[in-house]
Write a protein that binds this ligand. Sequence first.
Ligand SMILES: [Zn+2]
Length: 527
Amino acid sequence: MKTDHNNLCAPESRLISTSWFVFVLAAANTFIYHLPLAAYSLDNIDAISLNGLRTLFTLLVIVYAVSVILFFSFTLISTHLLKLIAAIAAVGNALALYFITTYQVILDKSMMGNILNTQTSESAEFLHPKLLIYIIVLGIIPSWIIVRTRVESVRRVPALIYMTAMLGITLATIYVNASTTLWFDKHSRRLGGMIVPWSYTINSARLLNDRFQENVEITLLPAITLIADQKSVVVLVIGETARANNFSLYGYDRQTNPLISATDAIALPNAKACSTYTTASVHCMLAHDGAPRGSTESLPSYLQRHNIDVVWRTNNWGEPPLVVEDYVNAAQLQENCNGPHCDYDEVLLTELVERIESSDKDNVFVVLHTKGSHGPSYYTRYPGNFERFKPVCKSVELQKCTAAELANAYDNTIVYTDFFLDRTIEQLKKIQNRPALMLYVSDHGESLGEYGLYLHGTPNAIAPAVQLEIPFIIWMSESFKQVNKVDSVQFKNGPYSHANVFHSIMGAFGLRSSVYNEKLDIFNRLE
Ligand SMILES: [Zn+2]
């Protein structure tokens, strides 16, 4: 071996070709940082079957080929660029691997949103000696090796040939193993979130792009006129992952709504979500035109701008851009919350009556964005005394639980939601000086193993009904019914949807503007 006397710091090394460097780098990337991916795949396939082995092989080829092709594409600009990116990616991968293995997260767009939204105080909780070991062993040492490796300058023609060949091999592998397509389709979100460094880079870019679009394009809605002087309070409870199918109010054969079914709350029939995932649903229900990605002002900002006291309390995330004065999250509310339930949705009710009664505005609009039944850890969504149905699924790998355990855990979240809504109604009953209305609408439903599907997020066109059929429940105080001349008979017929939310809340406050649509206002009796 030839010693490089010109660079005394460098270890004995020789110049290696770019192609060789890329192939080794891609192999290292595939085998060092994808153990969680391999473990997940082994858990979810029948490895001893031929189809299982084919699935694993196809996955391996895809991960390796994507790395080879992208690494080569950087060399087309310069090998220095490749080394720089690969060195940074090694540290990023080490961090990603730590979070994936420690918290079982997948680095999809919503998770990147959670990570990038994490406050400094919260991120301190993640600091652990294990994290330092990951960063040194899997990040800094590989980066150092990458930086010190001496690579020839690139030859572009061979690089392009290798890229094309790799693409060909991948497509051929996918074609030959077409029988594995369904498996990949089913697990794509989880798999995509574990393929590093592409998962976190691409999903961060997608997230930033979304935010950029949200920031530049918001148009204000037209001026509002007030047609009545009714001084109301409206509480909109946005549910999470609650499906109508598991509410006894919607005909479920288990008693999951013991408390609200004893009140005069009304379950609106045939209610549908506009989408199967949180951000799109929360956007559309608060938009005048039901658009899942708003380019116009959302309802809370619109009302705030027209002298209504708007309070947004959240134990969740994914809301549209908001311009409201009183925005608080669960962590902030916990500071004033006492009792055993402050870790659950109930924290949103902390001093709510006091907040409403102390308002100096005529009308008060409160949004409570709950965590509801968010999976996969359904059993963590309710306090222990709400474990009405047993035994419950305690694995995040839902397919490992029996259908009964899964339904039990999920149904307990609905029992807790029932309690939460009943408590909200109780709070509103305490408010004497204003007509009060509560609307509860879930953002979307959930699959609990029907057709082999779990969780939600299936595109609308092919989504099963359970992901789109949602509970939409209203409760009105007696004075609200009188002031608005509403009676329960007018709610007999559906269908209802997220499109009703914006216009019905406008109606409940007696507000009108050129974007208000009386046909979508459920309180407006059309003669
Ligand atoms: Zn959701």
